[in-house]
Design a protein around this ligand. Sequence first.
Ligand SMILES: C[S@@+](CC[C@H](N)C(=O)[O-])C[C@H]1O[C@@H](n2cnc3c(N)ncnc32)[C@H](O)[C@@H]1O
Length: 209
Amino acid sequence: MAANLEQAVEHYRGLAPRYDHYTRRINGIRERAIAALQLRSGDTVVDAGCGTGWCLPRLARAVGAGGRVLAFDPSPEMLEVARSRPRESAAAIDLIRSSAEDVVLPARADAILFSYTHDLIRSPRALANLFRQVKPGARVAATSTKLYAPWLFPANWYLRVTHRAYITNFDGFETPWSVLATLLDDFRVETSGRTQHYVATGRVRPQEA
Ligand SMILES: C[S@@+](CC[C@H](N)C(=O)[O-])C[C@H]1O[C@@H](n2cnc3c(N)ncnc32)[C@H](O)[C@@H]1O
């Protein structure tokens, strides 16, 4: 089943003002994914499907005054919250309204963050569009929810029900990173059957000319 962009935009229309509160329990794992990017001063980093921009101040701090954050999302309401966030760092922040399938990035990035963007990392077309626009070897970190081991089926049922508002394509919910695993070099995933969390990392494979 393919993700449904229109459905996602519709879901986030009403959710945007309350989104940060509803998702506060994942702040720790978002921090872990940002740390996994090993950002350096002056880097350019992409926040793919940035939503309300919870990660933006953290990314901006990590790349510093000479750095740049390229953040995009198709939801105008989510971007509006991101735009209103206080700027705590001198890093340049570009907020772009677009899907990952169509986004045109204004600069070649050193790193890409996928924070709770299940629909997006299941889309080979979205990933191909992004990966052809970043530097060869760009660092990638992805985190979101995955299913527990099959014997924890009551917990998995609960996850499927509670994630209907955030995910339109449950394909690959056991191993959301499986498409990334085929596209990235040095791919690694930290997780276990007893958790709903994971952090996957790797590097964008240099594209053939
Ligand atoms: C669960 S939110 C995550 C937001 C943010 N990254 C975070 O950590 O809170 C998922 C976001 O992905 C966006 N999204 C959905 N489909 C997308 C696509 N095809 N391309 C880019 N963003 C997409 C939604 O609009 C939404 O803001």
